[in-house]
Design a protein around this ligand. Structure first.
Ligand code: C2E
Ligand code: CA
Length: 455
């Protein structure tokens, strides 16, 4: 017979085991079996403390993020994406072999904690090894996934001495890696810090800016190189801040995206652009850049449609330029937004083709009319046969998919000659014209119209 004490003890043991197992589960990622985000931060907290330097030991905090994972989900479905994440988890655990703490932070992001005061060099080597390992193709059930990963590291206490800041800085290093050297490792540095300051300075000023007053537009012709006539005009935003002076468009557009101001800015610029284009000949189209955040916001898309509807510019004279990242976060929502714009009669161009993931499946599945080939493709085109071969194949692809191909950033006669030989004749670049002011584009287009009438 079991005594009352023994039964109580068994019950207590069971409760303890259950609570151990619950707390283990609460700290594990259910998909990969790796420690989860909560576990990552609780471990980081024990190392770093909450604000003060507790120990003299340095620690490396890393974030590894897969490049192009969203595409796997979009193309092969979420269960394939999940299986891939499990495989990534297995590779990471096998390679790190308990020497580096690795956790899944969420989505396709993994956290790394490297104890023992690692040197910058060690972290760079480690990060690069991980990136290299992620480039080995993943043989999945029914398909092969060719992946890459980017890694950002920050070091305690050099990069930052609080848990929050340390993680933010690792995240910034990752962001930097993704922007400027996808597939590589970046360690947070003072330069990044200066950039963060600059970016947050821009963001602060942007919040106080009067967009209608301080923002203006310039216009770059998109030319048919055979006739020499502008078929269209790309609208480019400029900001002359009373405090910062002229701010680069890439910087203030990014700041507006981060500050949640981009939709408002886009709507104001679009209205301005259409008002100005009313003065242009009717056979010239207007090409307008949209941020991924514009395409991702239904209310912004509806507002743009309203502005277009109220304008005297026919919708079929408007091209919206989007980048691949516009469809990376919410593919279905973005495609729906593009269809809304297309149903009005407007056109869609895929911008900066060749700089992102350049997924060929997007070319087929998105409702596109035009493709803008990034200038990086044509920089050496007059000197390098392989550069010509790449452009030739993209042009062939466009022909097959019935997309207009526009080549950006043409600066020299040599580049133009090579492009004409390949059969590209819609060109944008300094060779024909730099971006022009409102008054100058007006003059440019009316001079062109006068010539046409005379001919
Ligand atoms: P993008 O859409 O790729 O625009 C083309 C950029 O290439 C423009 O830079 C243009 O001035 C520059 N460019 C044109 N021809 C040449 C050339 O022959 N050589 C060189 N080196 N560059 C050339 P910009 O005006 O500085 O704009 C930079 C980026 O800022 C744009 O890149 C676009 O991503 C963004 N941007 C500009 N205006 C807007 C806007 O109104 N909305 C949004 N969302 N983004 C905008
Ligand atoms: Ca563009």
């Amino acid at each position: 017979m079991i005594s009352y004490q023994m039964a109580l003890k068994t019950k207590q043991d069971e409760t303890q085991a259950l609570s151990d197992s619950n707390s283990r589960l609460a700290n594990l990622d259910s998909l990969t079996g790796l420690p989860n985000r909560r576990s990552f931060f609780s471990r980081l907290k024990t190392r770093v403390g909450s604000g003060t330097v507790k120990e003299n030991l340095g620690i490396g905090v890393g974030i590894l993020d897969l490049d192009g994972f969203k595409q796997i989900n979009d193309i092969y479905g979420h269960s394939a994406g999940d299986r891939l994440l499990v495989e990534v988890g297995v590779r990471l655990s096998n390679m790190l072999n308990g020497e580096v703490f690795v956790a899944r932070l969420g989505g396709d992001e993994f956290g790394l904690l490297v104890d023992g005061s690692p040197h910058d060099y060690d972290l760079k080597v480690l990060g690069d090894r991980l990136c290299e390992m992620m480039r080995v193709p993943f043989e999945m059930d029914g398909f092969t996934a060719n992946m890459s990963a980017s890694v950002g590291f920050a070091v305690y206490p050099d990069s930052a001495d609080t848990m929050q800041l340390l993680f933010e800085r690792a995240d910034y290093a990752l962001y930097y890696a993704k922007q400027f050297s996808a597939g590589a490792t970046v360690l947070f540095s003072a330069e990044h810090e200066a950039e963060i300051r600059e970016v947050s300075g821009i963001e602060r000023r942007l919040r106080d800016a009067d967009f209608s007053e301080e923002m203006y537009l310039v216009f770059q012709p998109i030319v048919d190189s055979v006739s020499g006539r502008a078929r269209g005009v790309e609208v480019l935003a400029r900001w002359q801040s009373p405090i910062l002076g002229a701010v680069s468009p890439v910087a203030f557009i990014r700041a507006a995206e981060r500050a949640g101001l981009i939709n408002q800015l886009t709507e104001i610029l679009f209205q301005k652009a259409l008002d100005i284009a009313e003065e242009w000949p009717e056979d010239v189209f207007l090409s307008f850049n949209l941020s991924p955040f514009d395409i991702g916001s239904r209310s912004c898309v509806l507002k743009l449609m309203g502005i277009s509807e109220r304008s005297s510019i026919a919708a079929n004279r408007i091209t919206y330029e989007i980048t691949e990242s516009a469809v990376m976060h919410d593919y279905e929502g973005a495609v729906e937004a593009l269809h809304l714009l297309k149903n009005m009669g407007s056109h869609i161009a895929l911008d900066d083709f060749g700089t992102g993931y350049s997924s060929l499946s997007y070319l087929r599945s998105l409702p596109l009319d035009k493709l803008k080939l990034d200038r990086s493709f044509i920089v050496d085109i007059d000197k390098d046969e392989s550069a010509r071969a790449i452009v030739r194949s993209v042009v062939g692809l466009c022909e097959n998919l019935k997309l207009d191909c526009i080549v950006e950033g043409v600066e020299s006669e040599g580049q133009l000659k090579s492009l004409e030989e390949i059969g590209c004749q819609t060109i944008q670049g300094y060779l024909f014209s730099k971006p022009l002011s409102e008054a100058d584009i007006g003059k440019y287009l009316s001079a062109q119209q006068r010539l046409q009438v005379q001919a």
